[in-house]
Design a protein around this ligand. Structure first.
Ligand code: APR
Length: 250
C-alpha cells in the first residue's frame, strides 16, 4: 500500500489541475453513517419512503421525524476528520482545485476547503416550500414537526431528494471540471448514484488519471487507474504527506 500511495502522490504532485469527487465514505470517520453497505442508513429505512420528494410532500412530519431530525442530531455533532483535512492540505499545496461532494454535511468547508460544489445540496440551510426564505439549520427549533416558516410554509432541507434534479449550475460546472481536470480523486463513494457517478467516467474519457480511495471495490474500480483500498482518513493523510514531501523536494 505504501508503494501505491507513493506512486499516486507522484502523479498528483506533477498535476496542477486535480478535482476530487467525494461521497458518504469520507465522513464515516466523522461519525456519519453511509447510505449503503454495512451499517448504512438505507438498510434501516427505505429511501423511497423517506428520502423521495413525493414522500416528503405526502407526509412532511413523518419524514422530518424519521429521517431529517436524526440527521440533524448526527450532523450537529460531526467534525472534519483526517481525510477532509488532507483534501484541504492538497488545496493549500496548489494541487487540488475543486471538490465535488455528494455529501450535505458541510465538513469540507469546515476543514478549510474553499471551492466545494455541493452536488446534492446542503443540510446547513432550510428552505420554505412556499416563500423560499432560507434559515440556518442550526437555529431551528424542532418542538413541533414539521418546522414552519413565518409565512406558514413547511421547511425542508436545501438538499436534493430522490426524484429531484441536481441544480443545473452544479451539474454543468462539475461536468466541465471533470472534462478539464488532469486527475480525479474519487473518495468514499459507492459510485452508484447518477449523475454524480458519471463524473469520473467523463474525467477518464477526457484523459485524466482516476485514483479511487475506498476500502471496498465499487463499479468504478475497473475504470480507475489506481485503487487505494483503505479507509479515507489513513490513506488521504499519507497521500497528503507524500505530496507535501515531493513538493518540498522539487
Ligand atoms: N473511507 C472511505 N470509504 C469508505 C469508508 C471509509 N472510512 N467507509 C465506507 N466507505 C465507502 C463504502 O465502501 C462505500 O463505497 O463509502 C462508500 C459509501 O457509499 P454510499 O453510502 O452509497 O454513499 P455515496 O456514494 O455518497 O451515495 C451517493 O446516495 O442516497 C444517496 O444522496 C445520497 O449522496 C448520496 C448518494
Amino acid at each position: 500500500m505504501e508503494e501505491l500511495i507513493h506512486q499516486a502522490a507522484e502523479i498528483l504532485a506533477a498535476k496542477k489541475n486535480v478535482v476530487a469527487l467525494t461521497g458518504a465514505g469520507i465522513s464515516v470517520e466523522s461519525g456519519i453513517p453511509p447510505f449503503r453497505g454495512k451499517g448504512g442508513l438505507w438498510e434501516k429505512i427505505d429511501p423511497m419512503k423517506y428520502a423521495h420528494i413525493d414522500a416528503f410532500i405526502k407526509d412532511p412530519a413523518e419524514v422530518w421525524d424519521v429521517l431529517i431530525k436524526s440527521m440533524k442530531e448526527v450532523l450537529d455533532r460531526a467534525r472534519p476528520n483526517a481525510a477532509h483535512k488532507a483534501l484541504f492540505r492538497l488545496e493549500r499545496a496548489g494541487i487540488l482545485k475543486t471538490i465535488i461532494t455528494q455529501n450535505v454535511d458541510g465538513l469540507h468547508q469546515a476543514a478549510g476547503s474553499k471551492d466545494v460544489i455541493e452536488f446534492h445540496g446542503s443540510f446547513a440551510v432550510q428552505r420554505c416550500m412556499d416563500c423560499h426564505a432560507t434559515f440556518e439549520t442550526g437555529s431551528l427549533k424542532l418542538d413541533s414537526l414539521p418546522p414552519m416558516c413565518q409565512c406558514g410554509g413547511i421547511l425542508r432541507p436545501d438538499v436534493v431528494f430522490f426524484g429531484e434534479l441536481i441544480p443545473p449550475n452544479h451539474l454543468k460546472r462539475s461536468q466541465l471540471l471533470a472534462a478539464g481536470c488532469d486527475a480525479m480523486l474519487v473518495i468514499g463513494t459507492s459510485a452508484t448514484v447518477e449523475p454524480a457517478a458519471y463524473m469520473p467516467v467523463i474525467a477518464k474519457r477526457s484523459g485524466a488519471v482516476v485514483i479511487e480511495v475506498n476500502p471496498e471495490p465499487t463499479p468504478l474500480t475497473r475504470l480507475a487507474d489506481m485503487a487505494l483500498m483503505g479507509k479515507a482518513g489513513k490513506v488521504m493523510s499519507l497521500l497528503a504527506e507524500e505530496v507535501e514531501k515531493l513538493i518540498r523536494q522539487w
